[in-house]
Each structure stands twice: as structure tokens, then as C-alpha cells.
Design a binder for this molecule. Structure first.
Ligand code: HEM
Length: 476
């Protein structure tokens, strides 16, 4: 395990609680200067996607990055976003370059494919995530949430005054949710730690939006992945393959549990009657695990940090949770306050901050020619904080979802799960899981920020904090 990052050290500081009623403006990365050289831009970009962008993107409808070697267009205008994602998605396939960094891990998974292969994969996968299935897997989600609360309680019993790095906890919890709902097994502590660290090491080496997305490399150029990246990918895929093979055997023997893995592995393509092969299933499980745990963990950690800044909201969530029997699926649908807070966390810190498509034929956007092959970047990060669309764009205000502006923007300028046919398969899943875990943690603990430990958002595979998110938890 020599290639794993060092564990983080807890900060040496005391908790602070902001005065009640103060408007909460949570951390936003500094923007770069308006004009920089291409070389400087590329260096900034490599360090962090978010702070490499100029402030004008929070007001622009569209921006073009034109250099002698590549052109890309960032599209921030709601009707153009709709064109790319919903109205004409076939003209804007996923850019192959996005997959370059992830391919050793994800193979040919649904996240990376296009065209007929992608359509077939969605036909087999989508039924597993329908509403009725979510009801069936809810007890597994609830059990994972209970386990997360129990882990936090144990930590606090042992060291009551020690701040907790909450991203590690939410990653553990979200990974546990995925393993329980997919394979009906709780993630034991050692495996969770290994998988968590290996995914983290992987994403540090291979950000989802790697440089190649904006700076297309010639197709003939061989792609090299670092040995540590390959080792991590092989280890993670090995773990998944073992589980998939065991499950295949259990299905054949007629005693497989009725979970997401069994559902996907026994689902015949309605058009051809085919099933996924084991290798195809490994690819899909890898993406369920990656897309399902990194994203939810990021959103949950930011949601907990946001309510630490806004104690009144955490009290409301705690009271809402206390009045419901959360072990029942029906109660999850009544977590309205928790859902509004989680939705606001997804607005301010969309786990997938940018998505890239490729123009498959020439287009006209706002009177400008978008040539064939140009990269079209959609940025939930900028769209969700667009100064000409949102009231109080940088403020934390879960009440906004009940206002006219909030409702309009939710329809037109809110895409944390993307939109259209390629919308996240796990959106419904995540909108149950996130508010549930948030509520169960806050029902049990108050959370406070830690002085001198303001998180700095940076984009790796998802939007994370540069030095972790530190919170002081106090049992209620
Ligand atoms: C808060 C949690 C989540 C967020 C914010 C999120 C966000 C997204 C986004 C933005 C995309 C589209 C990416 C693109 O087009 O480039 C996506 C795709 C996807 N997500 Fe999620 N996701 C979340 C949770 C999950 C969960 C829990 C699962 C599964 C268990 C999942 C599975 C997938 C898959 C399979 C795709 C690929 C869909 C396709 O390309 O057809 N996601 N997600």
C-alpha cells in the first residue's frame, strides 16, 4: 500500500459557531485574473479546474477558449444547455477524451460509452433504479445510515473533543450504501478503508476532467497511465470481479439475494433478450461504485458543513427527523427540509462540476460558429451560481426552493444530475440516500465548524475540499 496518500492530521484549533441569522456565504474558490497566458492557464487548470476559471463565467452566457491548437465552448445559457442535453443529445455525444483517465478503472461502462452500446446498457440498467426498486433497497440504505451514526458515536466516545474529518466519514457511509444495496453486504472496515484510499489515490492521479478534455491530444498518441494508477485500477476491479462472479454463481444456484446486482444481472435487454456478461457487469459495477459513492459522499460532506454554518437549519432538520419513523420508506419522502438543504448543497457544490460533450457536426451558438469536433463544456458549477439567473447566487439559502426564483431556476438552471437521456441513473437513489443520512446524523449530533479550517473547494473527480472538511460533533 505504498502508493496511498498519508492520512490527514486533525487540526489543532477550537470550534466556532457563527451568530444566528447572519447571512451564510460559504467558501467559493478565488477566480483567476481575467487575462493569463495559455501556459499559465494550463498550469492553473492542472492544479484545480474551479479556480483556473475567470470570474466572468459567473455572468456569461457562453465563453470560447480559442488557442492555436484547440477550441472549446463553455455554455451557460439555459436554452443552449437544454439543446445539448435534452433536445439534440445525439449531436453532442460524450467526449471520448473524458474517458481517457478513467478507462483503466471503468472499462466500457455506461458512463463512458455512446451510441448503440450505451443505449443497450441503459435498457438493462435503468429498471434496477426505478421507484419500486428503491423501496425494496431502502432498508439497506437505512442500515448503512445507522452504521454511519454508530461509527461517529464511537469516535466521539473515545475522543469527545477531537474534530472529525467528515469527508472520510461520508465516503465510508456512501460506499457502505452502495455495497449494501448492490451486493447485500456491509462494507467491513478494512475493505472500506482500502477502497476509499485507492479511489482517492486514483482520482488524484486521474481527474475526471483531465487536461485532455480541453486540450485534445492527437488520437494516435499513446496514452500512458502511471503504474500506481494501473495498480489501483486493477485492485479495485479485482475486488469487484470477485463479487460479481460469486453473485453469478448464486444466481445460477437459485439463492441470490434480491438486490441491485441480481436485478441488473438477471435483466434481459428488452430488445435482444441478452444479459450482461461478467466482464460487462464488472464495468457497470465499477461505475455504480465510483459514481454512486464519490458524488453522494461529496454532497453529504458539504451539506453537513453548510448546516454547521447555519445552526437554525440543522435544528429544523433534527426536529423533522425526530417526528418521523425513518426506518419506514414512506418517511423518507417526508424529509422536506432535509431535501431542500441537500438540494442546496448540490447547487453550491455540484459533485460533478463540469461535463464535456463534443460537437459531432458544425453548430451555431449565439451567432457563433461551433466547428465539428469542438468541445462543448456544460458547467453546473457556474450555472448554479449564475449571477443573472439566481437571487443571492453564492448564499446558502435552502428556503429558495419555495420561492418563484428558486422554482424557475430549479427548472432551467439546475443540473446536478445532468438532464435528458443521459441523466444520472442514480438521481432518485441519491435524493433518498442523501437527505436520509443527513437527517440521521443531525438527529443525533449538532455540528460546528472548526476555527481556521475553512474548507477550500477544489475539483478532483468530484468537488472536494483541499484539506478535508473538519467539523466538531456534539451529541444531542
Ligand atoms: C449526489 C449524488 C450524485 C450526483 C450529483 C450524480 C451526478 C451525475 C452526473 C452529473 C452525471 C452525468 C455525467 C455526464 O454526463 O458527464 C451522472 C451520471 C451517472 N451516474 Fe450519477 N450522480 C450521483 C449519484 C449516483 C448514484 C448513487 C449512482 C448509482 C448507484 C449513479 C450512477 C450514475 C451513472 C451510471 C451515470 C452514467 C449515466 C449515463 O451516462 O448514461 N450516480 N451522475
Amino acid at each position: 500500500m505504498t502508493d496511498l496518500p498519508h492520512p490527514k492530521r486533525p487540526p489543532d484549533s477550537v470550534p466556532v459557531t457563527p451568530a444566528e441569522g447572519t447571512p451564510v456565504i460559504p467558501p467559493k474558490p478565488a477566480s483567476r485574473a481575467a487575462k493569463v497566458s495559455l501556459w499559465r492557464y494550463l498550469r492553473l487548470f492542472r492544479a484545480d479546474l474551479l479556480s483556473a476559471q475567470p470570474a466572468k463565467l459567473y455572468r456569461a452566457w457562453m465563453a470560447e477558449f480559442r488557442t492555436p491548437v484547440f477550441r472549446s465552448f463553455l455554455v451557460n445559457q439555459p436554452d443552449l444547455v437544454r439543446t445539448v442535453l435534452k433536445d439534440r443529445p445525439e449531436l453532442f455525444p460524450k467526449s471520448n477524451r473524458i474517458g481517457e483517465g478513467l478507462r483503466p478503472l471503468l472499462g466500457n461502462s455506461v458512463f463512458l460509452t455512446n451510441g448503440e452500446v450505451w443505449k443497450r446498457q441503459r435498457r438493462i440498467i435503468d429498471p434496477a433504479f426505478e421507484g419500486g426498486r428503491l423501496r425494496q433497497i431502502y432498508p439497506a440504505m437505512y442500515a448503512a445510515a445507522e452504521a454511519a451514526v454508530a461509527r461517529l458515536s464511537t469516535q466521539l466516545e473515545q475522543q469527545p473533543d477531537r474534530p472529525i474529518e467528515i469527508e472520510a466519514e461520508t465516503s465510508h457511509a456512501a460506499a457502505d450504501v452502495i455495497f449494501r444495496t448492490l451486493f447485500s453486504i456491509p462494507i467491513d472496515h478494512e475493505t472500506a478503508q482500502e477502497v476509499f484510499h485507492r479511489f482517492r489515490a486514483y482520482q488524484q492521479g486521474q481527474p475526471i476532467l483531465n487536461l485532455a478534455a480541453f486540450v485534445p491530444l492527437p488520437r494516435w498518441l499513446p496514452r500512458f497511465h502511471r503504474p500506481a494508477t494501473r495498480r489501483n485500477a486493477a485492485r479495485i476491479r479485482g475486488l469487484i470481479k470477485g463479487l460479481t462472479e460469486q453473485r453469478m454463481a448464486a444466481i445460477d444456484a437459485g439463492h441470490a439475494p434480491d438486490d441491485l446486482a441480481t436485478k441488473v444481472m438477471t435483466m434481459q435487454d428488452p430488445e435482444t433478450g441478452e444479459l450482461f456478461t461478467t466482464d460487462e457487469m464488472v464495468d457497470q459495477v465499477a461505475i455504480f461504485f465510483l459514481a454512486g459513492h464519490e458524488t453522494s459522499a461529496s454532497a453529504l460532506a458539504w451539506a453537513l458543513y453548510l448546516v454547521a454554518l447555519a445552526p437554525d437549519w440543522q435544528e429544523k432538520i433534527a426536529a423533522e427527523a425526530a417526528a418521523l419513523s425513518l426506518d419506514q420508506f414512506a418517511a423518507a419522502g417526508r424529509l422536506r427540509i432535509s431535501r431542500d438543504v441537500f438540494r442546496e448543497a448540490l447547487r453550491l457544490y455540484p459533485p460533478v462540476p463540469m461535463m464535456v460533450r463534443e460537437a459531432s457536426c458544425p453548430q451555431q451558438f449565439r451567432g457563433r460558429a461551433v466547428p465539428k469536433g469542438a468541445q462543448v463544456v456544460l458547467s453546473p458549477w457556474h450555472l448554479h451560481r449564475h449571477e443573472r439567473l439566481w437571487e443571492n447566487p453564492d448564499g446558502f439559502d435552502p428556503g429558495r426552493w419555495q420561492t418563484e426564483n428558486g422554482k424557475t431556476c430549479q427548472r432551467e438552471a439546475y443540473i446536478p444530475f445532468s438532464a435528458g437521456p443521459r441523466v444520472c441513473t442514480g438521481a432518485g437513489f441519491a435524493m433518498i440516500e442523501g437527505p436520509l443520512i443527513l437527517s440521521m446524523i443531525l438527529e443525533r449530533f449538532r455540528v460546528e465548524p472548526v476555527a481556521d479550517q475553512q474548507p477550500i473547494p477544489v475539483a478532483h473527480l468530484t468537488v472536494r475540499s483541499k484539506n478535508g472538511i473538519w467539523l466538531q460533533l456534539i451529541p444531542r
